[in-house]
Design a protein around this ligand. Structure first.
Ligand SMILES: [Zn+2]
Length: 507
């Protein structure tokens, strides 16, 4: 079932109107809610309006939440909700934050009216989100429907472009990731995002639902920071792809929750997961993470040790570990240099007053330069190791030692964060095993395994870069350097492999 992005643009123009900011408690906010309510009523749905006054030290705020019940084939209670906020920040037309969420919710309601869900679905349009999640709190405290809900899909934006990431979920990540894997056409998600976002002080309406024990998904696009909470957050600035991707992803998840969720809500159980190029979702039970890391790292080490022992002759065989240790030191040096460079770039960008809101192109150029520098440094390290007589297997082992350390550490401490480190490590370990077995009789070459590792690192890390850049920019520059260094250092293994292949073909 396709979300109608063209209709969403028409709806968005109708909702945003002349673009007057819809600051909670103002007449413009009320006018915006009237326009949105009329759009829902146009679908033949009743809109319940619940006004409330919140007393705050800074003065009272008058709020009004809208709730719309879309009838299911078997009637209530509504276990699934769709949440977006109607208010905007001061000075902002709020076309993306959160007009995009409001019209996505409207489009989902339209789809549900045409093809009714199994049970009632509740659309909740909150007010006062920008004033501190006030409307969501009021909904939880006052609305009897709140007690029926088991899961919600929350829609928000922190910019005007980019993919719609499923960046936060309820605690039952195994079941939730299964739904994303089974039902979302173009998933962009990672358990790492939940870990990173959870460590930040930011909140969205989803925070309020989570605290009340309601599960679900939090979806947002965050590209083009210049539009966030500024007069640039207009309808014309919003990316059509972002609008479509958010609506489509949310519609598929609402359908999945409606059709597949048990009455009591998502069953417990945690998973580590992430998308692969937006084509599908790779996932495994969280408790497999540490055993996976503790198998992959020694497997790689053993393959490399056997390969190196076979490749070396006579006296050199006595200390193959020494060559791997040299390669590891070179790899750590590349990563450390890269992190230092990233820290320097970050400090320079701050000094120059550059941010993702003011100068995204220049920060992206810095980031690209960082990755290029890391690759060049790694290539240099690879050549240096080859000149010092370090064989390709030892170079591969050293290059991936930092990956193994981080993967094992993450698997132990924060399994959800292990995804981007463990996936390439498992790939390079299995590819090394393949290479070692394939060359069992005539001496094996690690080149193909090194290429597989590099490819896996690139596939997992590079598509995350827009999310990292949009969320953090160069705010924590050494982390940019660490990412570049980790991807770059995989080149050390490839350089060793290609040198060895040259040597053997020339023999
Ligand atoms: Zn928002």
């Amino acid at each position: 079932m396709r979300f109608d992005g063209g209709q969403a643009l028409v709806d968005l123009r109708a909702f945003v109107g002349d673009g007057a900011p819809r600051v909670a408690g103002t007449p413009a906010a009320l006018a915006g809610r009237d326009r949105l309510a009329a759009l829902f009523e146009g679908l033949g749905l009743a809109v319940e309006r619940r006004a409330t006054r919140i007393e705050r030290r800074a003065g009272a705020v008058d709020l009004e939440n809208l709730t719309v019940r879309v009838p299911g084939r078997a009637g209530g209670p509504a276990r699934v909700g769709v949440v977006a906020h109607s208010d905007s920040a001061p000075n902002a037309p709020g076309a993306s934050d959160d007009g995009a969420g409001c019209v996505a919710a409207l489009g989902i309601a339209r789809s549900l009216v045409a093809h009714p869900p199994a049970r009632d679905v509740l659309v909740i349009i909150t007010d006062g989100e920008e004033r501190g999640l006030l409307g969501a709190q009021a909904f939880m405290a006052q609305d009897p429907a709140a007690k029926e809900l088991r899961a919600v899909v929350n829609l928000d934006a922190r910019g005007a472009s980019g993919p719609a990431f499923i960046f936060e979920t309820g605690p039952e990540t195994a079941w939730l990731a299964e739904q994303v894997a089974a039902r979302v056409t173009a998933p962009r998600t990672s358990s790492l995002m939940g870990v990173v976002y959870g460590a930040m002080p930011n909140g969205t309406d989803f925070t309020v639902f989570l605290k009340a024990g309601i599960s679900g998904f939090n979806i947002a696009f965050l590209g083009d920071m210049a539009a966030y909470h500024t007069p640039l957050d207009t309808v014309d600035r919003q990316s059509a792809q972002s609008r479509q991707h958010m609506g489509q992803t949310a519609l598929e998840l609402v359908r999945a929750l409606d059709e597949r969720m048990p009455d009591a809500g998502p069953p417990p159980g945690r998973a580590v997961y992430g998308d692969v190029l937006g084509l599908g979702v790779l996932r495994w039970p969280e408790h497999w993470t540490l055993p996976m890391a503790l198998c992959a790292a020694p497997l790689l080490g053993a393959c490399c040790a056997v390969g190196a022992w076979r490749a070396l002759a006579g006296d050199e065989r006595r200390a193959p570990g020494r060559k791997a240790a040299l390669a590891m030191m070179a790899a750590v040096a590349v990563i450390a240099l890269s992190a230092l460079l990233g820290w320097g770039f970050g400090a320079a960008a701050r000094a120059a007053g550059l941010s993702m809101a003011t100068a995204p192109a220049r920060l992206w150029a810095l980031d690209a330069a960082l990755f290029a520098a890391a690759v060049v440094a790694a290539a240099g390290a690879g050549l240096w190791l080859a000149r010092r007589g370090v064989d390709a297997w030892s170079a591969l082992c050293g290059a991936w030692a930092p990956w193994a350390a981080i993967a094992v550490g993450a698997a132990f401490a924060v399994p959800g964060a292990a995804f981007p480190f463990l996936v390439p490590l498992v790939v390079v370990s299995l590819a090394s095993l393949g290479a070692a077995l394939a060359g069992a009789s005539r001496g094996s070459q690690p080149g193909p395994a090194a290429f597989c590792g590099l490819a896996a690192a690139a596939v997992v890390f590079l598509p995350m870069e827009p999310a990292f850049m949009d969320a953090l920019g160069f705010g924590v520059g050494w982390v940019n350097g660490l990412r570049a260094g980790l991807v770059g250092v995989t080149v050390v293994g490839v350089m060793g492999g290609s040198r060895a292949m040259h040597a053997s073909s020339g023999r």
